[in-house]
Design a protein around this ligand. Structure first.
Ligand SMILES: [Zn+2]
Length: 188
């Protein structure tokens, strides 16, 4: 067997502001995701989960060449089996991570396998360094933890927000894309 040449993977980080949320995005969610939107009490929480789930599907759909609503997203928790776990895309080599805080929702996509974790936090009144440390811990945890993770501190996606990425792909390049509008990708 031929030895595989080393591949350089590319991680794309999409960031979007909460103002982009609209009810049309519900159409790309599956039933359980819609129920979770319904269960959120605070308006901002509804918008954050709606946007995160929709953005994940729209990004995954474009990378897998599928309509966003046709993407299978598994949210089974690896600890307790409930449906609040890290989203995975079964049967694909696409790794994704979602985070939302304050006015920002972000999704990181790593095609071709590997591990990636993204975390955004609004600083509020907290010292920035404390929030940075928190995002580092969260991003590492979401990337599966353990030694050998590479960290990327990314530009703030909004004033007083911190954005940090962790991956086990040390050579991966990271591109940040600011998303201005999110339309349902359905053909209707
Ligand atoms: Zn759980």
């Amino acid at each position: 067997m031929a030895v595989q040449p080393p591949t350089t993977s590319k991680i794309t980080v999409f960031t979007v502001g909460l103002t982009v949320a609209h009810v049309g995005l519900l159409e790309v969610l599956d039933q359980r995701e819609r129920q979770r939107v319904d269960r959120a009490v605070a308006e901002a929480d509804r918008a954050r989960f709606l946007l995160g789930a929709a953005l994940l599907r729209i990004v995954a759909g474009s990378m897998l060449d599928l309509p966003a609503e046709a993407v299978t997203v598994d949210r089974t928790c690896s600890h307790c089996g409930r449906w609040h776990g890290r989203p995975t895309l079964p049967g694909t080599a696409l790794e994704m991570s979602v985070s939302h805080s304050g006015a920002v929702v972000t999704v990181a996509a790593l095609p071709g396998g590997g591990r990636v974790g993204i975390d955004v936090e609004r600083t509020g009144d907290r010292p920035t360094l404390e929030v940075v440390a928190w995002t580092i811990a969260e991003a590492k945890f979401k990337a599966g933890g353990g030694p050998g993770l590479t960290l990327h501190r990314l530009p703030p996606p909004a004033p007083r927000h911190v954005l940090t990425l962790a991956t086990n792909q040390p050579a991966a390049t990271v591109e940040v894309v600011e998303v201005a509008t999110l339309l349902p990708s359905s053909t209707s």
